[in-house]
Design a protein around this ligand. Structure first.
Ligand SMILES: [Zn+2]
Length: 99
């Protein structure tokens, strides 16, 4: 696996989240030193279910990280924990607004 990184906000070919099947067609920047489209091995978080995903393939699609990749991601990108928390809070707000 390449060094895990967060990609900047960019449009991407639509693909389904492997956890919740939500169609994802954009990735948001999570790291200020990365620019351009997501790269192989870049990390993303599903806006719908807040699970961590990894970009892979050509064209890029999102897949679940392996358990060892997940440990690497948490070590290499400590702020991923805050980003997952923020995504969970955003999801809860959407659910509350819809109820
Ligand atoms: Zn999802």
């Amino acid at each position: 696996m390449t060094q895990p990184r967060m990609g900047e906000k960019t449009r991407m070919p639509p693909c389904a989240c492997p956890y919740c099947e939500h169609t994802l067609d954009a990735a948001s920047e999570g790291d200020t030193d990365t620019h351009g489209p997501p790269l192989q091995g870049a990390v993303s978080i599903c806006i719908e279910c807040a699970n961590v995903l990894v970009f892979e393939g050509e064209p890029l699609v999102l897949r679940k990280p392996t358990p060892s990749e997940m440990r690497e991601i948490v070590e290499a990108i400590p702020h991923v924990i805050q980003m997952v928390g923020a995504a969970h809070l955003a999801r809860q707000i959407r659910l509350l607004e819809a109820s």
